[in-house]
Design a protein. Structure first.
Lengths: 623, 500
């Protein structure tokens, strides 16, 4: 069953690739059917493992390496079962949505196949019980996202974004690989359950734990787009919008959170790693929320919001708040998938991603408006939506630590940052919501898209999307509305329910409502213009994203290019003349050798023997 | 199981192609020659796979051994045998030869002489397989040299049709450098003979402990430089980009897939089995040169305006990984080197096939000439190129990953007598090389496959090309998903003592 979840989408991918180009119907069908079957299997596994059920395992099968062997095996517990259901459910909705969103796209079969592979890779990450097999899924996901982001490869931003995403995540993955080495050699096994047993039994020293977890963190930071490897995620936005939903909600970026949660028993052994994680989370949480406040691209706002929300999960993990992080991961998966798919519906209608050219779409897109409002409200933390409760769980962990935990200092840090972040989140959500749906309509529709992913010219009047696209929105709105029930009863994850932290909940609610009110007020006062104007000069800094890319360009890219040119110059102007000069001399020896090597075995062997005798004599004399 | 050695399985693997090379060109029609050669190569491939199965069940010992006196006065024998180290390379050679012959069937070179080219390819096959299975130093040396001459002809006569002096120069450079390397190797062999009084590899392995350490170091250095010229180890790599960019497609495929492996195989065989004590002293230098090759090759690729040269330089980097693996002197390093050898052979051969196809279609392999948007102009060709590039950059789940991962893992815990910190630095630098490799391949894919398509269409992959390429694509995926196919013997090797 577990293996089936991984293999079914692979079958879908193969069918779509082989037959998809011949018959138009096959690719969508293959994608939807296999992903649906995968979701079915995931649900069966979920109901079998949620609650107090014990983990089940398959394998291990041993691969010898000449050293510590690799033990290939699968293992499912409450956490992996929940991740499986989330990933396959979002993948299925994305597949269904794409049938309409990418209708008539000649690259559809490749697209579906990649989405299927992506789903399979994510499933492999969450069910694998071996670090190397996990890495296989981890990086296959990376390469699928590379191909999917560059779906519109004739557009410059798509190419640029794909390269950036792949290279940045792979840079982190090298650290990740080394982290696996360190942890595997320290624990004497690469099996995840074995590593955790070793950590709990105290056979991993805190030094080993620090080095390995920090190295693993490189890969996590890359995959989950946290500072300092955060800048690829917003630039990955030229990819088709359903892909953004898949990457941001349930798969790639969530994999980083999953990994830290899974290896939390090792992380808690190292105060240094936990402190670094807190620091990264706080910087990323606030920095990216600020950037979301000034971005002029709807998908970019959502991308920065993903980065910021993931930082909440890492903040919880850095305070050993396992349950809070996972609950926020699941709840974020639901509302972020909803927001991205709804954004796709908006972009589909107006043919642009720029907030400056939207506005007043409430009447034209009633269902998109309703569902996206639910999504934004969940993101902003408006009760009783799911986001409010899961964010409260995170802040509650910080509150508990700040008041009477062992990480008091970091508890305060995360608590203050988290509350500030809650206000910023409410502000940018409100701003985006106002600019898309309310006020007058700005900009004309018929303009060809400026980097918008679908690259199609749409009808002059915005219109509601077809039901194949709206259906997933409605389905995703349901967990946003009623998911709070599950967040308050997390027994299915095998963890204890945590009552609402009233002081924190009230403060964060007050901040969120205040931020919403302030944003609406600014918007109203400015005559329905962008409330970001109120940021003054700071707006430019934020829109320029702190000039981080320029810094990377100057510190890393330029020196690398220079070294490459130096090597090329060395090859052509230093090595080459030296070889050329030697040519004249070698021509003669070459002629001699050619004579020796003309294939006459007799003469050849004679020469060899003569040489042997001569050398034997020389060596004999030398002794 | 029936013993194939009873009817001379190994003799067939070596002599079959050699006899074929001598007789087949007698057929008048060049197409017939190629067809017959494909038949022969298929038989060789089948026997080599059978042989591998036998090796797998033999748990690390030499199997299919045969022995016949050759030059009695010097105690030189036709001693052949195969073990888990040589078996995969024999199969790789047989497979790549088969692919090359299939590729020639419908795409004879414009300059003619297909029969001769087919003959030379068979000679290369015979010589390479012979080198891999030779258990006598003189025989090893002779067969090692036998491979060079046909390759010189292949490059010089069937190379780049637009640049005759260039291809001759490239061929000669290749020959001079590798022959110089062979000379050093020969000196090492003679030193061994003078120390132990035999050319028999198995006997040398048993008696090697009596060689004093100074002499072992000298032999290890000679072997390192000698085989290093062939691998090619930085800074002896300068012949490689030229040889590859001027060679015809089949030449490049065999050069990268088979000939470079002769160097790494030789180093692996003699360092581990014959002079381990000396090798331990020299190993850090080999590791350092390997790592420099990894980073240098990657940087050279970054600034490369020509796709074929880029892949040639990428070989410098990949073979640097093999050199680093060998230099760790551990069973894990040996497994890594063996895996990386085969993976590089499969993936780079595929890359050269694809780039050769592009070059044949548009006339040159410079990025400017190929033009952009290959995804649109010939989707299948571009897709195979992208998959091969992704495999070459070491994506987990494809063949390139395991060899390089195990190499870095072996560098993380090298032989206890080696400087651990130095190897830690090597590991980190190799990791940097992996990132740079990713960069240059995605940049290359971006320049060639993506972008607004150039106006001229390019013929897509044709049926005969699929036949030649698909085995390589399948192996790339198989080795990536089921690395145990190659790693089954890693623990068998672990049982063999590396230190005396």
């Amino acid at each position: 069953m577990t293996l089936g979840i991984v293999l079914l989408p692979v079958i879908g991918a193969v069918v779509a690739m082989l037959a998809g180009h011949r018959r138009e119907r096959i690719a969508p069908l293959a994608g939807v059917v296999t992903t649906a079957a995968s979701l079915g299997a995931a649900l069966v596994i979920g109901f079998g493992h949620w609650g107090d059920a014990a983990a089940s395992a398959l394998g291990p099968y041993e691969i010898s390496t000449g050293g510590t062997p690799i033990l290939v095996g699968l293992r499912v517990d409450q956490l992996s079962a929940s991740m499986l259901v989330l990933a396959t459910a979002v993948a299925l909705l994305v597949q269904v949505y794409s049938v309409s969103y990418l209708r008539g796209d000649p690259r559809y079969p490749t697209y579906t196949a990649l989405v299927c592979l992506f789903t399979a890779a994510m499933s492999l990450v969450v069910v694998s019980d071996d670090l190397f097999v996990l890495l296989v899924g981890w990086e296959v996901m990376g390469v699928c996202s590379y191909f999917l982001i560059s779906h519109h490869w004739e557009l410059e931003p798509a190419r640029e974004g794909a390269v950036k995403a792949f290279v940045m995540t792979r840079l982190g993955d090298i650290g990740f690989l080394f982290g696996i080495f360190v942890i595997g050699e320290a624990a004497g096994t690469y099996q995840i359950s074995g590593v955790i047993t070793a950590a709990e039994a105290g056979s991993i020293t805190s030094g080993e734990a620090t080095i390995s977890t920090l190295l693993l963190l490189c890969g996590v930071v890359g995959k989950s787009a946290q500072f300092p490897l955060h800048s690829w995620l917003p630039d990955a936005m030229p990819g088709p919008t359903p892909i953004s939903a898949l990457i941001h909600a349930a798969t790639m970026v969530a994999a980083g959170v999953y990994l830290v949660a899974r290896l939390l028993p090792v992380y808690v052994l190292s105060d240094v790693a936990m402190a670094v994680l807190s620091g990264i989370a706080v910087i990323t949480m606030l920095g990216s929320a600020l950037m979301a406040l000034a971005a002029d691209d709807l998908k970019r706002v959502l991308a920065w919001s993903t980065v910021s929300q993931l930082a909440y999960m890492f903040a919880a993990l850095s305070l050993a708040g396992y349950g809070a992080a996972i609950l926020h991961l699941l709840s974020h998966g639901a509302f972020k998938a909803l927001l991205f798919l709804a954004a796709g519906s908006v972009i589909h209608a107006v043919g642009t991603q720029r907030l400056g050219q939207m506005g007043g779409l409430r009447a034209a897109l009633p269902i998109t408006f309703t569902t996206m409002t639910i999504g934004f409200a969940a993101l902003a933390g408006v009760p009783p939506l799911v986001g409010f409760f899961s964010k409260d769980a995170v802040l509650g962990v910080a509150y508990e630590q700040a008041m009477h935990g062992e990480y008091a200092v970091r508890g305060w840090l995360v608590l203050v940052a988290g509350l500030l972040g809650a206000a910023l989140t409410a502000a940018y959500s409100t701003r985006a919501w106002l600019l898309v749906f309310l006020g007058p309509r700005r900009g004309s529709t018929a303009e060809p898209s400026d980097g918008a992913d679908n690259g199609r010219i749409v009808a002059a009047e915005p219109h509601e999307s077809p039901w194949l696209m709206l259906g997933p929105l409605v389905l995703l709105a349901i967990p946003c509305l009623v998911g709070s029930w599950a967040v308050l009863r997390p027994g299915f994850l095998g963890i204890e329910a945590d009552p609402l932290h009233l002081p924190v909940a009230l403060i964060s609610l007050g901040l969120a409502l205040g931020a919403i009110a302030a944003t609406v007020f600014a918007w109203w006062q400015l005559g329905a213009a962008d409330p970001a104007v109120r940021l003054g000069k700071f707006r430019q800094v934020l829109a320029g994203e702190f000039h981080y890319d320029a810094l990377v360009e100057r510190v890393i890219l330029r020196p690398s290019r220079f070294s490459a040119l130096a090597v090329a110059a060395n090859e052509s102007s230093i090595v080459e003349p030296y070889v050329q000069g030697a040519d004249t001399a070698t021509q003669w020896s070459a002629r001699l050798l050619r004579w020796l090597h003309d294939g006459n075995l007799q003469r050849y062997v004679t020469t060899v023997v003569l040489g042997a005798v001569a050398l034997a004599v020389v060596i004999g004399l030398a002794q | 199981m029936i013993s194939a050695s009873s009817f001379g399985g190994l003799e067939f693997l070596v002599a079959g192609p050699a006899v074929g090379a001598a007789l087949l060109p007698l057929l008048r029609d060049s197409r017939r020659v190629t067809q017959a050669a494909i038949g022969l190569a298929s038989a060789v491939l089948a026997v080599s796979i059978w042989m591998w199965v036998d090796v797998v069940s033999a748990d690390g010992a030499y199997v299919w051994q045969s022995n016949a006196s050759w030059i009695a006065a010097l105690d030189v024998h036709w001693r052949l045998g195969v073990d888990d180290l040589s078996a995969p390379l024999v199969v790789l050679t047989a497979l790549l030869t088969w692919c090359c012959l299939v590729a020639l069937l419908k795409r004879a070179p414009d300059c003619g002489g297909t029969s001769a080219l087919v003959g030379l390819i068979l000679v290369i096959e015979a010589g390479s397989i012979g080198t891999f299975v030779a258990l006598d130093l003189v025989l090893f040396f002779v067969l090692f040299e036998v491979v060079l001459i046909p390759m010189w002809f292949v490059i010089a006569a069937w190379g780049d049709p637009h640049d005759e002096p260039g291809r001759r120069r490239a061929a000669s450079r290749f020959l001079v450098v590798t022959v110089t390397g062979s000379a050093l190797m020969l000196v090492a062999f003679l030193l061994l003979r003078s120390e132990l009084g035999t050319f028999d590899l198995a006997a040398l392995t048993e008696r090697a402990r009596v060689i004093e350490s100074d002499r072992q170091i000298l032999i290890a250095v000679l072997l390192m430089v000698g085989f290093g010229a062939k691998i090619p180890m930085w800074p002896l790599h300068f012949w490689l980009p030229d040889a590859h960019s001027k060679a015809p497609t089949v030449g490049s495929v065999l050069l990268a897939g088979v000939l470079l492996k002769l160097g790494t195989y030789g180093l692996l065989r003699f360092w581990y089995d014959v002079v381990p004590v000396g090798a331990l002293e020299v190993a850090p230098y080999l590791g350092a040169l390997g790592v420099v090759g990894i980073v240098y090759g990657a940087l050279a690729c970054l600034a490369q305006p020509d796709l074929k040269r880029l892949i040639a330089y990428s070989s410098v980097g990949h073979m640097g990984f093999v050199a680093l693996a060998i230099s760790t002197m551990t069973p894990q390093g040996l497994a890594a080197a063996n895996f990386a050898n085969v993976a590089h052979g499969v993936i780079t051969a595929l890359l050269f096939f694809v780039v050769g196809a592009v070059k044949d279609r548009v006339g040159d392999s410079g990025f400017g000439v190929i033009g952009r948007g290959l995804y649109a102009r010939s989707p299948h060709l571009a897709a195979v190129l992208a998959v091969a590039a992704v495999a070459s950059l070491g994506l987990p789940g494809l063949a390139g990953f395991w060899g390089e991962m195990l190499t870095m893992l072996a560098a993380y815990s090298p032989h206890p007598d080696l400087p651990q910190t130095t190897y830690l630095v090597f590991m980190v630098l190799a990791g940097l090389g992996v990132v740079l490799t990713t960069v240059y391949f995605v940049v290359a894919v971006r320049k060639v496959c993506q972008g607004v398509p150039a106006s001229d269409a390019v013929t897509d992959v044709e049926a005969d090309e699929w036949v030649a390429w698909l085995p390589l694509v399948a192996l790339t995926v198989l080795l990536g998903l089921a690395p145990m196919v190659m790693l089954w013997s890693a623990d068998v090797v672990a049982a063999l003592p590396v230190t005396p």
